[in-house]
Design a binder for this molecule. Sequence first.
Ligand code: CA
Length: 581
Amino acid sequence: MNYEAIYHRSQLNWAYAYDKQTLHIRLRSKKNDLTEVTLHSGDKYGWDHTNASTPMKKLASDQLFDYWQGEIQPQYKRTVYYFELHDGTETIFLLEKGFVEQQPDRIYEGLFDFPYLNPIDVMTPPEWVKDAVFYQIFPERFANGDPSNDPEGVLPWGGVPTPTNFFGGDLQGVIDHLDYLSELGINAIYFTPVFEATTNHKYDTRDYFKVDPHFGTNETLKQLVDACHDRGIRVLLDAVFNHSGKTFEPFVDLLANGPDSPYKDWFHIRQWPLEVKDGIPTYETFAFEPIMPKLNTENQAVKEYLLNVAKFWIDEIGIDGWRLDVANEVDHQFWREFRTTVKSANPEAYILGEIMHDSMPWLQGDQFDAVMNYPFTNALLNFFAHGKINTDEFASAIQAQISSYPLQITEASFNLMGSHDTTRLLTLCNGNKERLKLAYLFELTFYGVPCIYYGDEIGMDGGHDPLNRKCMEWDPNKQDLELLAFFQNSIKLRKQYDALRTGELRFIPQDNKQLLVYERWNEVDSFIIIINNSEEPTHCSVAVEQEQWIDIVNDQTLTATSKEVHIEIAAYNYRIIKSLP
Ligand code: CA
């Protein structure tokens, strides 16, 4: 047995409350080393009448490790525990104080401890997000529904985007196309910023309490949110609280009055006067961007101002949550107060942080409900778009992610295939839309909250920004309607079957390293999804218990012979089969 690889601690993703009754306890071991792991647990004040043994299941495996998980519901909400480990020949026990060869008899000494399951401490993302399919809209480029509010010098719809040009997109344009979004099947929209700002992307806020006049008015936003709610579509806005714009009134005052300004503590000044020296501003900013001065969120007045903003749009307009820009550069204490404010205004609000890396410190129940899951995006891009990794490496990357977060975080993660900040997926796939479909199919049959970047569903391409921010194509003759039908159908399947959203997941390794096969199941349904990520048609046989299966995409039935179902699969294609009762 490889002792060095064995790891547990009674915190974070290793021991957590999944809900108000249930604890998940995880243990790591060297890949393919242990054959059996048992969790022994009981109440620390009454071990004798509460103790139980729970076999742990293999939750995931990555390149180096297996991750085991046991689920328990301690009767009195407290538990102490230890592990019994087998590798086929050897048996050993792991306690907090270390490995011991004999089963512990003095159970109160040196065991792991989960002191008490306090309901308020349970990380609980809003229930609705598990069933959400998001659509991301960059408002300047989605649709121009009101030419009367167009910026000066607006260009004809469909031109080449530059960092500074405008095409007149607005909120009325979104209202006008809600039928399209309902037919696509999405039930939530994430808008990049809509507040008054000078740029086309609006990440340089001038006024946090006012919709940009080029997009409409606060009243237009209210109409949009109400119309969305009537259709069961939720709305998330972008909170740019790391920095303001250069035209934000307090910063304008600071520029005018220098150290005498009442707002001097609202920002981080390195040196007076405020200027840019050799490309570096003398005040802190987002990156080195002079038009985006970083806000001092430790300052009480700034904090009150921004928390009022967060509350205002929930109370006045009824939005369903916030996406937080550059969330990892703002202090944790601010986000804790932000959460309290937002959840008291709307307990069901979804708080989504923009963080591109491991995000556990923000996801412990006191700050965010989820983050934008870029590690997921990167694994999918490397496999489906770039062809840089094979099936085993892909499955390994996905399972490493599953094991690194509590399950409820995986279930609420915002999974995206691209955004206004990244090259469009179709471009990364060298224009091969079949590959794009496979990536989105995986996203739509995985845990979490899938998001579609506007226009991906009709075949829009585009390089890094600003080229990924083209005007939405509304001419049906120029839309890829076959692709659109794929999205409509895949979203429909996801909504129809719980197992595709929240069911258990298991990868089934294949000899063909371009063939991805995985199961998703719950008490009701059982699915096998087969994805051929290569230019060669292929086939595979999958061991199954059930005899009758149906391909839910083309309604073909399949019969297993000798407990194996045999599947033919075309180049860059997929099958989703479901067992029949
Ligand atoms: Ca307009």
